[in-house]
Design a protein around this ligand. Structure first.
Ligand code: ADP
Length: 469
């Protein structure tokens, strides 16, 4: 397929070529016409000199002596060719007109029909002028003597003929030149476009997961190879930065995990003591919740690292979703009870899938946790598990704040949070759904969302059912 860019280059180049050819054509035809006209005028001058001296040699004919002119010209004592010093037939374009007080003494045979037009002609002595007689254009010069005038003209059709010939030659050659140029540009841009396509495809393929890919460098050394080398160097730098960031977040998460676990244990111990005051118990519970939240972020960061580096480390076993869901919904009910949210569970028995239980629980928990987080007090959440065809479905429907339609495609992106959830000051990292999506895809399933703002959301997880071998 011919790309738009290629069409633009070809059209632009051909248009430019066309303008250049037309300009050359115009210039060439003007220069040639000018030169021809100069030659014609120069010739006329010379001829007039000859006629002048010829007339002088013959001792000035008496005014209006038609006989004189007839005898010298028509009786062929001397022919026009002799006077003009031109070859026999080349005089066809010359018009010699001699008149005496409006009476024609002599007029070249070829132009007899122009006698009427010539009758009123008055020209300055020895001045070259352009005159149109009938439809024919002439360059004229005159000798005005007392009593008579001699006019010599040269038909300018030669110039027009030359112009026509130039235009004809150009008209014949233009299509070939244009075709050749189109082919040339086509093949030159073909190479360019191929390289641009490779750059686009490779850069589109490069994500945070395969930053080790590079654009192949074509042979030769030109601006294109320089561009590719520069892009590759930029990807090098990006890769290094990504590795550093990943390493940092993993190291930080690792470093944080142990102290957080210790703090959580200590707080649990304190909370179990009987002699603590009520206000201290409330504070401890609040600290405990924050520590729990921090631990969940640390766990998500560690999971992100695994997602990026080592997808294959998880072992799969058969999982009874119906049983797993019971426990998860129970935990969610504890959270929901603080907001007076009711959670109902409808489930088919023994919905079995094959997967990693820890990841599956994490995925479902993220969705349940969000449903509780983003549903207002006294709302309700419905959880359904069912089988259909070769797939298991987990559907979580809430009556929460909903998601704006323009954010629906973004919520599975890492660190993305809808503005609205920020403004409501609901704690969150924007990582839960991206992790859940990754877990679903790892299990050859997916998560679909539908939502209406201020009415609620529905998340549907579908996973392949477990098949006994
Ligand atoms: P977070 O930690 O912010 O909850 P998630 O990745 O789990 O991160 O979710 C991304 C965003 O999607 C949330 O910030 C929230 O705006 C929106 N969201 C997710 N679940 C729901 C829901 N059930 N109702 C409304 N908005 C939701």
């Amino acid at each position: 397929m011919i790309s738009k860019y290629k069409i633009k280059i070809i059209l632009g180049y051909t248009g430019l070529l066309f303008i250049i050819i037309i300009t050359i054509l115009g210039l060439l035809s003007s220069i040639l016409s000018f030169q021809l006209r100069q030659e014609i005028d120069q010739n006329l001058k010379e001829k007039m000199e000859r006629i002048d001296s010829w007339l002088t040699d013959r001792n000035e004919p008496p005014p209006c002596d038609r006989e004189f002119f007839r005898s010298v010209i028509s009786n062929r004592r001397i022919s026009l060719s002799d006077i003009l010093n031109i070859t026999e037939h080349a005089d066809e374009k010359y018009l010699l007109f001699i008149c005496c007080s409006d009476v024609t003494m002599f007029l070249s045979e070829n132009y007899k029909d122009l006698e009427e037009s010539l009758a009123g002609l008055i020209l300055e002595d020895r001045k070259i002028e352009t005159v149109v007689l009938g439809t024919i254009q002439f360059s004229f010069s005159a000798i005005n003597r007392p009593g008579y005038s001699v006019y010599l003209g040269y038909e300018l059709s030669t110039i027009q003929a030359v112009q026509k010939r130039i235009i004809r030659i150009f008209l014949i050659t233009i299509p070939f030149v244009v075709m050749a140029s189109v082919l040339f540009v086509f093949f030159v841009t073909q190479r360019l476009m191929k390289i641009v396509r490779t750059i686009t495809e490779t850069t589109a393929r490069i994500t945070s997961k395969n930053l080790n890919e590079r654009i192949p460098i074509p042979a030769g050394k030109d601006e294109i190879t320089n561009l590719i080398v520069t892009i590759n160097a930029m990807i090098d730098r990006l890769e290094k930065s990504f590795i550093m960031i990943r390493q940092f977040s993993q190291d930080a998460a690792h470093e944080l995990r142990t102290p957080l676990t210790i703090i959580r244990g200590e707080i649990e111990n304190l909370m179990m003591q009987k002699r603590i005051t009520k206000s201290l118990a409330v504070s401890l519970e609040s600290i405990y919740e924050e520590i729990h939240y921090l631990s969940s972020i640390v766990n998500k960061l560690l999971l992100l690292h695994t997602m990026d580096t080592d997808e294959k480390k998880y072992s799969f076993t058969p999982i009874n979703l119906s049983a797993v869901m019971n426990d998860l919904v129970e935990d969610a009910r504890i959270l929901a009870s603080k907001k007076n949210i009711t959670i109902t569970l409808e489930r088919e028995n023994d919905v079995m899938i094959s997967g990693n239980e820890e990841l599956i629980c994490q995925m479902i928990w993220n969705i349940l946790d969000n449903a509780v987080k983003y549903t207002d007090k006294k709302g309700s959440i419905k959880v359904r598990i069912r089988k259909s065809g070769p797939e298991a479905f987990i559907i979580v429907t809430d009556t929460g704040i909903g998601i704006p339609s323009d954010s629906l495609s973004e919520i599975f992106t890492r660190f993305y949070r809808v503005e609205q959830s920020h403004s409501r000051e609901v704690a969150g990292s924007g990582l839960g759904l991206s992790i859940s999506k990754w877990i679903a895809v790892l299990h050859k399933g997916d998560i679909i969302v539908s939502s209406r703002l201020n009415e609620g959301s529905e998340f549907t997880i579908h996973l392949p059912l477990y098949m006994k071998q």
